[in-house]
Design a protein around this ligand. Structure first.
Ligand code: GLN
Length: 446
């Protein structure tokens, strides 16, 4: 069914980079034969899933939407892939994204521009634009994305689907091609909150292959979906409804708060005073980490190697000049500059200090409240081409999602009305490792 739908619509939506049809059909046949013949079935038995192309899949092309990995076929599976196989899900293919997950529109992909299924002239968001568009267009019911500064939640909001960034450490990053290691998390994109909880259940947990994965018990997320939010305390940051946030986004959040009030929750306005430093802090730290992580793409170890060089140093230079796109080069240069001696204290160290203050803002609010609620994005999806030549405007779009990554807390985006025929997202942010409450509120609202 997934392949039928992909045939019908992917020519227009262009969400997939690679399909794994033969193996998927074989797997489906095998699972079909097992029906009625065994006592226990995987939690995602027979469920089709699409995978963002920065998650490594054994013997299945993994490009990060970059020319530098155009022909890269990994020899191992990411931990999340191993867990999906154990849960008996069926991998349908790999999904388009911004190159190395750097972007907010999927326009920096070296291969194709994914369209928003609600309006083919609008971007699907990014960087997990392929994942959100594929779920929104009905090509797959489940997808994995990754979120460093909003890359799951923002495309989920733009495409009218559900996307969760788990707590940092909740899901193993082993086999996720690193962008900014202290911020990256893999997470689920689905049509409903319940499906989302099932997928997180499968991929969560401590992994000896990732030293930053957390030794925290994984609760039963499904049982959190009670529909009961009586007495729940909601904080609404005034910074998330103020300047720079469109009237439509603000009004849709206020309408959602009414619904939640009707269900017995209470809300109050609070302040996250350091929010306004989020963009500067994030782009500095993320670029610094990226410049170190992307040093490995040198034409020797992986993928593309330039043919035009005569010396070793030339080979490095040419390979990187030809293999990386403009946005990736911009980040590498910014990061290298911020980390260079003489500038380190003024930029990188300062940004780390501000990150601590941002994290503290969240901790203070969570002393009194169960969740924080606001819009996922300041506006609905913008037009393809509208912001791609203006990095600062593109970066500004991340203002409401970025601080969550800096603080390491979990957050979901659920559909919350429309503006100009395009979906809007409601963002529900929780305490560290409290995805259960986030799901409970999202499910009650949905
Ligand atoms: N838009 C942000 C960036 O370009 C976030 C990307 C992400 O979360 N991977 O860095």
């Amino acid at each position: 069914e997934s392949y039928k739908r992909i045939q019908e619509v992917d020519g227009k939506v262009e969400a997939f980079l690679t399909l794994d049809e033969e193996r998927a059909r074989e797997k489906a046949k095998q699972l079909d034969n097992e029906i009625g013949k065994k006592d226990t079935y995987g939690l995602l038995f027979g469920m089709p899933i699409g995978i963002k192309d920065n998650i490594v899949t054994k013997d299945l092309r993994t490009t990060c939407a970059s020319k530098i990995l155009e022909n890269f076929d990994p020899i191992y599976d990411a931990t999340v892939m191993r867990k999906l196989k154990e849960a008996e899900a069926i991998t349908i293919g790999k999904l388009n994204m911004d190159e190395f997950a750097m972007g907010s529109s999927t326009e920096t992909s070296a291969f194709k521009k994914t369209k928003n299924p609600w309006n083919l002239e609008a971007v699907p968001g990014g960087s997990s634009g392929g994942s959100a568009a594929a779920v929104s267009a009905g090509e797959v019911p489940f997808a994995l994305g990754s979120d460093t500064g909003g890359s799951i939640r923002q495309p989920a909001a733009f495409c009218g689907v559900v996307g969760l960034k788990p707590t940092y450490g909740r899901v193993s990053r082993f086999g996720l091609v690193a962008f900014a290691s202290s911020l990256d998390q893999i997470g689920p994109i689905t049509r409903t909150v319940e499906d989302n909880a099932y997928l997180l259940q499968v991929i969560s947990g401590l992994d000896p292959m990732d030293s930053t994965s957390a030794n925290v018990e994984v609760p039963d997320y499904i049982s959190a979906l009670t529909g009961d939010i009586k007495g729940l305390k909601i904080a609404v940051p005034k910074e998330y409804l103020g300047e720079g946030v469109s009237r439509e986004s603000r009004e849709s959040v206020l309408a959602a708060l009414k619904v939640l009030e009707g269900l017995g929750a209470e809300w109050e306005e609070v302040s996250l005073p350091h929010s306004k430093y989020g963009i500067a802090t994030y782009y500095l730290l993320a670029s610094s980490e990226a410049s170190a992580n992307l040093a490995r793409f040198d034409g020797v170890r992986y993928g593309y190697r330039s043919d035009n060089a005569e010396t070793l140093i030339d080979m490095y230079k040419q390979t990187r000049a030809e293999g990386f796109g403009n946005e990736v080069k911009r980040r590498i240069m910014l990061g290298t500059f911020a980390l260079s001696s003489g500038y380190y204290d003024a930029y990188y160290k300062k940004a780390q200090q501000v990150r601590t203050l941002i994290k503290k803002d969240f901790e203070d609010v969570f002393e009194k409240y169960d969740v924080i609620i606001g819009p996922t994005t300041p506006t609905p999806a913008f037009k393809i081409g509208e912001k791609i030549d203006d990095p600062l405007t593109m970066y500004a779009n991340d203002i409401l999602t970025i601080n969550v990554n800096l603080a390491g807390v979990p957050a979901i985006s659920v559909p919350c009305g429309f503006a100009n025929g395009l979906p809007l997202g409601l963002q529900i942010i929780g305490k560290h490792f409290d995805e259960s409450t986030v799901y409970r509120v999202a499910h009650a609202y949905e």
